[in-house]
Ligand binder design. Structure first.
Ligand SMILES: Nc1ncnc2c1ncn2[C@@H]1O[C@H](COP(=O)(O)OP(=O)(O)OP(=O)(O)O)[C@@H](O)[C@H]1O
Ligand SMILES: Cc1cn([C@H]2C[C@H](O)[C@@H](COP(=O)(O)O)O2)c(=O)[nH]c1=O
Length: 208
């Protein structure tokens, strides 16, 4: 019997994280695993309330520092109330975004600093990290096109930022993957959804 694992999906807007989360969870369930699907910001009642604060309202509603603190607070609740209890009960947990999104968006691109964001994570969530993180990589224009086709009724206050911001996010995730190659595995997110899921499963095989 394999031990329960915590897996995260990361990457910029529109690369296919939410789509792959559902597909990967289904593939793992087909192998007999009990899987919890979750997301950030959110994933627990308290964190979902903070999600509304973070993603609604004007683009300048929060400073980068306030954002970093709110994301860390939401994550602390998510880890304590959802992720750790599920793992303790033997369930696998897959999260759409986690700490690496904070390091990329608030830390590197938002200029709060990657180390400062990791310190907040150390305080809020005792530095808890995923067993494996898949960084979905897709050319910026293709990702923007996917997001645009999906968001016909508008995007949230972070997703709606200018393309140059999202280009910097893609670069920041690349920096993170280079820093932690053992945990963070880049996955080609181009092509049919089923092909991407197959790549994810292949890159998870050693943990199954
Ligand atoms: N492999 C794929 N090929 C074509 N379209 C895709 C693929 N994967 C996802 N999509 C579509 O692209 C859009 C964005 O996908 P999805 O919502 O899964 O991305 P995301 O990374 O979770 O985005 P965000 O971070 O903005 O929430 C959706 O409309 C989805 O149906
Ligand atoms: C966890 C996390 C998220 N963000 C940003 C990234 C996205 O723009 C939104 C979440 O929207 P999604 O459609 O659910 O992906 O929040 C961030 O800036 N920092 C974070 O830590």
């Amino acid at each position: 019997m394999t031990r329960a694992r915590f897996i995260t999906l990361e990457g910029g807007e529109g690369v296919g994280k939410s789509t792959q989360l559902v597909a990967l969870a289904a593939a793992l369930r087909a192998r007999g695993l009990d899987v919890v699907e979750t997301r950030e910001p959110g994933g627990s009642p308290g964190a979902e309330a903070i999600r509304q604060l973070l993603l609604q309202g004007s683009e300048d509603r929060w400073t980068a520092e306030s954002e970093a603190l709110l994301f860390a607070a939401a994550r602390a609740d998510h880890v304590a109330r959802t992720i750790k209890p599920a793992l303790a009960a033997g369930q696998w947990v897959i999260s759409d975004r986690f700490i690496d999104s904070s390091v990329a968006y608030q830390g590197i691109v938002g200029h709060v600093g990657a180390d400062a964001v990791r310190q907040l994570h150390a305080i809020g969530s005792h530095g808890f990290l995923p067993d494996r993180t898949f960084l979905l990589r897709l050319e910026n224009r293709a990702a923007a096109e996917r997001a645009r086709a999906r968001d016909t009724e508008g995007s949230d206050r972070i997703g709606g930022r200018e393309q140059a911001f999202h280009d910097r996010i893609g670069f920041a995730f690349g920096v993170i993957a280079n820093e932690e190659p053992e945990r963070v595995r880049p996955i080609d997110a181009a092509g049919a959804p089923e092909a991407v899921t197959a790549r994810l499963l292949a890159a998870l095989e050693d943990l199954l």
